[in-house]
Design a binder for this molecule. Structure first.
Ligand code: DLL
Length: 431
């Protein structure tokens, strides 16, 4: 087994808790002194930095929300003089103010280290050729994995997203061994590589896929098509970017880089902290960031934490695969529906993970349609056979979701592919 920082990644629980408590107390003190927002919200709650001495004191602190971050645009949460900032990254939000996150050189070094740990956990070494087709620029995906690959000393291909022809050509000619992109783009690349008959020309052994929710079925599909092992990676601009947590060879959840980030799970309705194993909203506190410290940020991501021993030897707590976000969840005719549930049904039934959910409201009633691509084999079927397939899918979805969508089978490759995060839902009720 190889690790990037074994003394941290495999540290005994008590040692990690002590390190976290020490760093947390310092981080809270610094945030209180340097950022008026933290001082005001802590004063309002009657908490002083002296009250937060260990990780157990975390629930005393107020939450930070996306609205707080937007409100703070651009500089109100900056905790160091501007002269110490070397980089910004920003969220891809299309509405309202963007969130801007700041980094000192130390912050970048730690983030690179988190991503290097992720690449090593996926079997990467300095002998690998790391092909990064996450977007570069304000999005954290490209810069994060690029930095991790550099730190590890691997040959790094800063491809960025788009231009699928060129991606495949470089992959074949330069012998890329580790692919880093969104899972939906990996699925598209796999489809294109197979369509071009180039499956034998690629040398990939692993993929590091994240930035959007994806199911176990999608993992198996990509692994089979590309002949690789596909690892999940999680992160968010507000906290650091990719590498907040990462998967190891066991592929049963993502180890959180606990020396830099403390995760909690809360009940999204009451804000109450939930015990290990319970599913709820993920909350993060950064304990080593200089420029943009974040205390108890409500991510809106839904998942559970586990401290079950891992066969890889890492002791870092694991996040289960994300179920989705509290704000991804559609409520259709009163029933909670996550796009990931639909993806699971489609892959179980032998379809591709290309689908579009269209929700509308007609005469005060929600309409719910799922457009699904026919497989190339089904394309030549008769109208009657296609109608039967649609019925079968409706039954499978009803049993997963508790309500029935209208399923429309459309021609192969007719649903738009994405080079970054996939767009799976059109909710016309909000327009
Ligand atoms: O997506 C950072 C990232 C880049 C992660 C590359 C992994 C790989 P944002 O654009 O700020 O940052 O979006 C963050 O994306 O709150 C989750 O809802 C979602 N997300 C990120 N990783 C995963 C994952 C990047 N592995 C938001 N599974 C997060 C499910 C994910 N959702």
């Amino acid at each position: 087994m190889s690790y990037f920082t074994p003394d941290i990644e495999c540290a005994p629980y008590k040692k990690m808790r002590a390190l976290q408590s020490e760093r947390l107390a310092q981080a809270v003190r610094r945030a209180y002194v340097s950022v008026p927002h933290y001082r005001e919200t802590m004063d309002k709650k009657g908490v002083t930095p002296a009250d937060v001495r260990t990780v157990d004191d975390l629930p005393k602190l107020p939450f930070l929300t996306k609205d707080d971050l937007r409100e703070a645009y651009p500089y109100k949460l900056l905790a160091v003089p501007k002269s110490e900032v070397v980089r910004i990254q920003s969220t891809s939000g299309t509405t309202g103010k963007r969130v801007v996150a700041f980094y000192t050189q130390n912050d970048i070094d730690k983030w690179d280290e988190c991503c290097a740990r992720a690449i090593v956990a996926a079997g990467g070494t300095r002998d690998d050729v790391v092909h990064v087709c996450y977007g570069y620029g304000l999005f954290t995906g490209g810069p994060g994995l690029n930095g991790g690959s550099h730190m590890l000393g691997s040959m790094t291909l800063p491809m960025s997203s788009g231009n699928t022809e060129r991606q495949i050509q470089f992959m074949c000619d330069l012998g890329s061994t580790i692919l880093c992109c969104t899972p939906s783009y990996a699925a598209y690349l796999a489809e294109s590589i197979i369509a071009k008959g180039l499956r034998d020309k690629i040398r990939l052994k692993a993929g590091i896929f994240g930035a959007e929710a994806w199911s176990e079925e999608m993992r198996r599909d990509i692994e089979a098509k590309l002949g690789i092992r596909a690892y999940d990676i999680y992160g968010l601009t507000e906290i650091a970017g990719p590498g907040v947590s990462f998967e190891c060879a066991e592929q049963t959840g993502m180890h959180v880089n606990e020396d830099y980030f403390i995760p909690e799970i809360i009940d999204p309705d009451t804000g109450e902290t939930l015990p290990e194993g319970a599913r709820g909203e993920l909350v993060f506190t950064t304990i080593a960031k200089e420029a943009f410290p974040v205390l108890r940020y409500r991510t809106r991501d839904i998942c559970a934490l586990s401290r079950k021993p891992c066969s890889c030897g890492r002791t870092l707590v694991k996040m289960a695969k994300l179920m989705g976000r509290t704000d991804d969840m559609l409520i259709i005719r009163g029933v909670n529906v996550f796009p990931s549930q639909i993806e699971t049904v489609l892959l179980q039934e032998g379809y591709s993970p290309n689908y579009l959910i269209v929700v509308d409201r007609v005469n005060h009633t929600d309409t719910f349609e799922v457009q699904v691509e026919l497989t190339p084999e089904m394309f030549s079927d008769t109208v009657r056979q296609v109608a039967q397939q649609e019925k079968k899918l409706v039954r499978a979805m009803r049993s997963m979701l508790g309500i029935s969508p209208r399923v429309s089978l459309v021609a192969p490759r007719s649903i738009a592919r994405s080079e970054g995060k996939a767009v799976r839902v059109i909710d016309k009720r909000k327009i």
